[in-house]
Design a protein around this ligand. Sequence first.
Ligand code: THU
Length: 139
Amino acid sequence: MKTGREDMMEKLLATARAAMEKAYAPYSGFKVGAAVLGLDGEIYGGCNVENASCGLTVCAERAAVCNAVCGGSRELAEILLTAENQPSVMPCGACLQVLREFSVKKVHIASREGKIASYGLEELLPLPFAKNKPGEETP
Ligand code: THU
């Protein structure tokens, strides 16, 4: 009998794998899929979208976060990441900063076989850049 938690991880993995299939990665051939879970319980997928002008490439994590925000979820809890042709993939620094913006607390890395390693966002990005929004007090 599966726990609710195991069920959720399976859903995140399935969403990330489906997103990975859609990746547009003609330059690197490196397909990545991500799935974020909002505090509202919704799951949003994202894949990397490359560009001939390499710097314009969007990582899977950032695509998933943009999908979540566009879907109305700004408070995110967790993200799961998987890649097609590498045993596992860690999020890049830019993506970690974006995950922090929307309060992601846990990062799960799934191997191709579905084995999952989990990290706290603070572990991966201990000293993030922080900036007050207009009207906010300095923490
Ligand atoms: N990539 C991601 O999607 N997420 C990461 O965290 C690291 C890199 C993508 C970007 C590019 O399309 C490909 O992987 C190779 O760098």
